[in-house]
Design a protein around this ligand. Structure first.
Ligand SMILES: Cc1cc2nc3c(=O)[nH]c(=O)nc-3n(C[C@H](O)[C@H](O)[C@H](O)COP(=O)(O)O)c2cc1C
Length: 205
């Protein structure tokens, strides 16, 4: 059983990475395999809105890192998506990945109906997987970014787990990478990680 943590910060040293890594480290103590995918060294183009994946069951864009990341997401039982808060929202590189993964992930298994705008739902590639967001802000805008990620998880048929508080961290005044000072955030993410590991183990027992 595997959990992938995706981080949307464009920075190599990042508060978001700190919290997501902490969660993955905790999850690994439950005997689950983990992998961090940081978008700081990946390139994912935005969705073109061409709808070709509805028929082709694959993305038409092949000249970036999307397919490699999508295959890893598909193979995992759990997905954590972490984002810094940028103007009350997630980062654009992360949004590009989530748009393409979410849309393609639906059409890999489902088909568009011929005569109306609905579709024959046969699950997504994420169905039954456990997922959850983590957002990190210096001050405010958490709930919008967090909700943005929750909307992605819940429209894509994930089973979402929470914690003793929302999975958010406070860090980065003046761009600082100082997430370790957020004691409450660190404890909250640890508790979230235990919920995620337990949920995955029970669902896959
Ligand atoms: C373009 C930009 C926009 C930001 N917008 C917000 C914001 O809306 N609210 C906030 O509290 N912090 C904001 N910040 C601060 C970051 O959320 C904070 O520094 C965070 O720790 C960055 O995550 P990272 O260390 O993982 O890159 C912004 C930072 C940047 C660079």
């Amino acid at each position: 059983m595997k959990v992938i943590g995706i981080t949307g910060s464009p920075r190599e040293k990042s508060n978001t990475k700190y919290f997501v890594e902490n969660a993955l480290n905790e999850i690994s103590t439950y005997g689950l395999e983990t992998e961090l995918i940081s978008l700081d060294n990946k390139y994912v183009k935005p969705c073109k809105g061409c709808y070709s994946c509805v028929k082709n069951k694959e993305c038409i864009q092949k000249d970036d890192d999307f397919e490699e990341i999508f295959e890893k997401i598909k193979s995992a039982e759990g997905i954590i998506v972490g984002s810094p808060v940028y103007h009350g929202a997630t980062t654009p590189n992360l949004k590009a990945l989530l748009d393409r993964a979410g849309f393609l992930g639906r059409w890999v298994s489902s088909d568009m109906k011929a005569k109306n705008e609905s579709y024959d739902f046969k699950g997504t590639v994420f169905s039954g997987k456990v997922g959850a967001p983590i957002t990190v802000a210096r001050r405010t805008g958490q709930t919008f970014a967090f909700a943005e990620l929750l909307l992605w998880f819940t429209v894509n048929d994930f089973i979402v787990v929470g914690s003793s508080y929302w999975n958010v961290g406070i860090a980065g005044k003046g761009g600082a990478v100082d997430a370790e000072n957020d004691d409450e955030g660190v404890l909250n993410i640890k508790h979230f990680a235990s919920n995620m590991a337990n949920a995955i183990k029970k669902l896959n027992a």
